[in-house]
Design a protein around this ligand. Structure first.
Ligand SMILES: Nc1ncnc2c1ncn2[C@@H]1O[C@H](COP(=O)(O)OP(=O)(O)OP(=O)(O)O)[C@@H](O)[C@H]1O
Length: 346
């Protein structure tokens, strides 16, 4: 089917493929085509995305509309391709400020957060874990914008471009896994800035990895800023980063980790503290200094998110102990979302 498509522009690039905007010349519709890199592992991936999308459709839930529709697949010049509904700008692009849409209005943050959690609640209800939620993998469905008057406390009202509708769609079902219950999945998944600590630690993990990532994404779209500016280099630094962002690991959880992986935590009174820099000499002096500088720059989410209900939602989603983390089905009922009803007109 891809033979009839004419490429119009590049949209993005990932570990598995290059995504382009293309017009289907037989129908005139404009779509997104992912051209998978030429390697054998990628062949498996094309089937995974299509298979997963089919499972979502078969589940017969309106939440399927929160995922980029898979229209078809094929191959061209030896490249495997998958054709998607065209979405308009990832949250990563919006946060970078190129479209002039950041900061997002509070109402849009609320609506986007609700849609993300509803989408992943549906995925989880089918026993599937996304594993790689990040602003790059969430896009807005429509690009229409309008200009409103926006009150800046310092400078007064000025024009501000906002989206007409804050509808989103989840991209990239190429890393999904079926949850292994009750023992948990294993192996390294996710992107370091959004990776749950149990994955970093090499412990079994499950649905909670998506909750942790979405907590970080929701904080970022509220702040219009990244939580972790640059990728950390070592696992111990990543754990220290999580500790700085969301607060200390609960002592009993830290103790259970320490029993498996000694020298991860130090214990002072009733507090568990990630040992950083590590006691061994696995990292060179200049790398230590660079890592300490990075850690110094990280500000706790609690000092940055001043909306109490939103902060509570983020904190519940990013609990260091996955057993204490909010489940998606409960997250959509969080009191932060009461405002969805209160703010409806009529
Ligand atoms: N349907 C779409 N509409 C518009 N843009 C898209 C669409 N799908 C993907 N993109 C853009 O292309 C980028 C890469 O897509 P995607 O994440 O699916 O590729 P990938 O190779 O599987 O990446 P990863 O390395 O994260 O697994 C996205 O971040 C997004 O900017």
């Amino acid at each position: 089917m891809v033979e009839t498509h004419c490429v119009q522009a590049g949209l993005g690039y990932g570990g598995y493929g290059t995504v382009v905007q293309a017009e289907d010349q037989s129908t005139g519709s404009v779509v997104a085509v992912k051209l998978l890199h030429k390697d054998d592992d990628a062949n498996e991936d094309i089937h995974l995305e299509r298979r997963t999308y089919r499972r979502l459709v078969e589940g017969c839930d309106v939440a399927v509309n929160l995922f980029a529709q898979v229209i078809g697949s094929g191959s061209h010049d030896g490249f495997h391709c998958i054709v998607f509904e065209l979405c308009h700008g990832s949250l990563y692009d919006i946060m970078k400020g190129l479209s002039g849409l950041a900061p997002l209005p509070g109402r849009h943050v609320l609506e986007m957060a609700y849609q993300m959690l509803s989408a992943i609640a549906y995925l989880h209800s089918l026993g599937i874990i996304h594993t790689d939620l990040k602003p790059d993998n969430i896009a807005v469905k429509y690009s229409d914008t309008t200009v409103v008057q926006w009150l800046d406390p310092l400078t007064g009202y000025h024009d501000k471009k906002i989206l007409v509708t804050a509808q989103i769609c989840i991209l990239d079902l190429g890393n999904v896994v079926d949850a292994i219950v009750p023992t948990g999945n294993s192996g390294r998944v996710g992107t370091s800035q959004y990776r749950a600590p149990e994955v970093t630690l090499g412990c079994p993990w499950s649905f909670g990895v998506d909750a942790f990532s979405l907590g970080c994404v929701i904080a970022e779209i509220h702040l219009s800023d990244t939580l972790v500016p640059s990728a950390s280099t070592t696992d111990q630094e990543r754990l220290a980063t999580v500790e700085k962002l969301v607060g200390p690991f609960p002592e009993d959880y830290a103790q259970s980790i320490e029993d498996r992986f000694p020298d991860t935590f130090a214990f002072e009174d009733t507090m568990a503290i990630v040992i950083y820099p590590p006691t061994d000499e696995s990292i060179s002096e200049p790398d230590h200094i660079a890592a300490l500088r990075r850690l110094e720059q990280i500000r706790p989410i609690s000092t940055r998110v001043h909306n109490g209900l939103l902060y509570d939602l983020i904190r519940e989603l990013t609990r260091p102990n996955p057993a204490e983390r909010l489940k998606m089905e409960d997250a959509v009922k969080h009191r932060y979302f009461d405002a969805l009803d209160v703010m409806q007109l009529g």
